[in-house]
Design a protein around this ligand. Structure first.
Ligand SMILES: NC(=O)c1ccc[n+]([C@@H]2O[C@H](COP(=O)([O-])OP(=O)(O)OC[C@H]3O[C@@H](n4cnc5c(N)ncnc54)[C@H](OP(=O)(O)O)[C@@H]3O)[C@@H](O)[C@H]2O)c1
Length: 245
C-alpha cells in the first residue's frame, strides 16, 4: 500500500506508541491523520506536529455510539491503527482481578472489535486499505505478572487472524504487531531493556507498505519468536519464573 495517498486514523494518539504513529505517519508523507483520544486537550502537542494535516477527534474505543459518530466524520480513512490499550497489574488471583480483566478485555479486545466492525465498510469503499492492531509478545505466551492483560492480547491476536481471513475478500490487509517492552507509561517499572515507541510505529508502517501481516519490531520480539519456535514450553517457564517467589 502506498502511504503517500493514505488517510490514517489512530486510536490513543495522545501519548506513547500512538503519538509515535502520528509522527511516523507524518514522516511517511500521508495525506491526512485523524488523531483520536479520550481527551481532546491531550492532543494539543500531537496536532502541533503538523497542524495542516492532523485532525484531533474525541474517541473512547469502549463507546460504540461514539465510534459510529466518528466514522461518519471520517469516510476517507484507508488505514486504521488500533493502538489504544490498557494494562492492569496483578495476577488472576489478585483482589480486584475480575475488574481488571473486564477493563482490559473491554478496551483491548472489544474496543478493537467495535473499531474494525465499524470501519471495515469504510475501508472497503476506499479500495481495501489496511488495519494495524497492536498486539504483544504476551499475545502468544501468558506473562503471569500481567496475567489478564496477556489473555486480552491473546484474544486480540485471535481477532486479528479471524478479521484478516474475513476481510481478505475486500482487499484489506490486517497487520498484527508484536512488540516486546517499549519505553512508554505502560511499561514504567518493567525492569527490562525497552525500545523507543517510534521504532514500533516505523516497523508497522513499513509492513503496511510491503504487505507483511506479522511484525516483530524489536530485538526482544525477534528473539522471543525464535525461542518460541524452538521450545515453546521453555518460554512459558521463563515467563512463569518472572513471578515473585
Ligand atoms: N509499552 C509496551 O511495552 C507495549 C508492548 C507491547 C504492546 N503494547 C501495546 O501498544 C499500545 C500502546 O501502548 P503504549 O505503550 O503507548 O501505552 P500508554 O502510553 O499507556 O498509552 C495508551 C494509550 O491508550 C489510550 N487509551 C486507553 N484506554 C482507551 C480508551 N478506552 N479509548 C481510547 N484510548 C484509550 C490512552 O489514552 P489516555 O491517555 O486517555 O489514558 C493512551 O493514549 C497498547 O495497545 C499496548 O498494549 C505496548
Amino acid at each position: 500500500m502506498n502511504l503517500n495517498a493514505s488517510v490514517a486514523l489512530v486510536t490513543g494518539a495522545n501519548r506513547g506508541i500512538g503519538k509515535a504513529f502520528v509522527e511516523a505517519l507524518h514522516q511517511a508523507g500521508v495525506k491526512r491523520i485523524y488523531a483520536t483520544a479520550r481527551n481532546l486537550k491531550a492532543l494539543q502537542d500531537v496536532v502541533a506536529i503538523a497542524p495542516e494535516k492532523i485532525i484531533p477527534i474525541v474517541l473512547d474505543v469502549t463507546n460504540p455510539d461514539q465510534i459510529a459518530q466518528v466514522s461518519q466524520q471520517t469516510p476517507d480513512v484507508n488505514l486504521l491503527i488500533n493502538n489504544a490499550g490498557v494494562l492492569g497489574s496483578g495476577g488472576f488471583f489478585a483482589e480486584n482481578s475480575l475488574e481488571t480483566a473486564q477493563w482490559e478485555m473491554s478496551t483491548n479486545y472489544f474496543g478493537t472489535l467495535y473499531m474494525i466492525r465499524t470501519f471495515a465498510p469504510i475501508l472497503k469503499q476506499n479500495e481495501g486499505g489496511a488495519i494495524i492492531n497492536l498486539l504483544s509478545i504476551a499475545s502468544i505466551v501468558n506473562v503471569p505478572v500481567f496475567a489478564s492483560y496477556s489473555a486480552s492480547k491473546a484474544a486480540l491476536h485471535s481477532l486479528t487472524q479471524g478479521a484478516r481471513a474475513e476481510l481478505a475478500q475486500q482487499g484489506t490487509l490486517v497487520v498484527g504487531v508484536f512488540p516486546g517492552p517499549v519505553d512508554t507509561a505502560m511499561s514504567e517499572g518493567v525492569p527490562l531493556d525497552k525500545v523507543p515507541p517510534i521504532q514500533i510505529a516505523q516497523a508497522a508502517l513499513q509492513a503496511v507498505e510491503q504487505g507483511d501481516e506479522d511484525v516483530y519490531p524489536d530485538p526482544v520480539s525477534q528473539q522471543f519468536f525464535a525461542d518460541i519456535h524452538q521450545d515453546p514450553k521453555a518460554v512459558e517457564k521463563q515467563f512463569a519464573g518472572m513471578l515473585p517467589q
